[in-house]
Unconditional design. Structure first.
Ligand code: 4G1
Length: 246
């Protein structure tokens, strides 16, 4: 998959895209991340990319011209790409959306800055807006990194053969069970006995119960859309009586 990111701060992306799973995905060619600096496309004398807002008000607005020219240059090389603006008005990033984007051959991501982007650049060049959440950012770059990370996991081969994108928390809509590694005891804190038992059926049911308990306690809203069977519902009922007794 090719992801081309249009930004005025390409230097922000270095270590995030060179480390760990994303770094490996790029080395193996499964993920081709291209950074396009918008500034060289500016036709103004000082290569400005921002200007004062018409109508007044605080802050600056990203100019349409450098973005439209950068987009035209990039789009010519990848005409079928889905062109996404990272911004707070968009459809919220989620696991289903990440899976959908991972099926694309090419994405172009536009990162805003300052108070936002001249609306004409968005109208002319963008297919859709996507948001990573309801809070204020100083720029779209961090959102582009979050989206890229989240999408890359669903590209076949990006996770090692041991890991599956579906086995992680949220894939069945539940939080993860607690994890432990060596040593068996640390400062008087022991690893739950069941995990040392070697009884895999018992371990599986313990983990399922822990997932259900964590979800009921910390994110009960997730239970509404979780994939639950009759045995899960029975466990949740038991957990509820536990809560009301304590
Ligand atoms: C109005 C949030 C403005 C922000 C309302 C989620 C936030 C990109 C995102 C803003 C941004 C709210 C995102 C705000 C984002 C241009 C430069 C827009 C940064 C910018 C709730 C600033 N998901 N925000 N405006 O943060 O880019 O992707």
């Amino acid at each position: 998959m090719i992801i081309n990111i249009l930004t005025i701060f390409p230097e922000m992306f270095g270590s995030v895209f060179s480390t760990s799973i994303l770094g490996r995905a790029r080395e193996t060619g499964l993920l081709d991340i291209r950074l396009t600096d918008i500034r060289p496309f500016s036709r103004s004398k000082h290569k400005n990319t921002d200007d004062y807002p018409f109508g007044g008000g605080a802050g600056m607005v990203m100019m349409a011209q450098p973005i439209m020219d950068a987009m035209a240059s990039v789009s010519a090389a990848m005409p079928g790409a889905r062109r996404i603006y990272l911004g707070p008005r968009g459809r919220k990033l989620s696991t289903p959306l990440a899976r959908e984007l991972a099926a694309e051959k090419e994405l172009i991501l536009l990162c805003g800055h300052y108070e936002g982007v001249d609306q004409r650049a968005l109208d002319a060049c963008i297919d859709e807006e996507i948001s990573i959440g309801d809070y204020i950012l100083t720029g779209g770059e961090l959102a582009a990194m979050v989206l890229t990370d989240c999408v890359a996991r669903f590209i076949p081969g990006v996770l090692g053969s041991e890991e599956s994108p579906e086995e992680e928390s949220f894939s069945d809509g539940l939080l993860e069970y607690p994890q432990y590694t060596r040593p068996r005891e640390l400062d008087g804190r022991a690893v739950p006995e069941v995990l040392l038992s070697g009884n895999h059926a018992l371990i599986r049911s313990w983990r399922r119960r822990e997932s259900l308990a964590a979800t009921a306690r910390f994110r009960p809203d997730l239970l509404e859309s979780a994939a639950l069977d009759d045995s899960d519902r029975k466990i949740l009922k038991e957990l509820k009586t536990c809560f009301s007794e304590s």
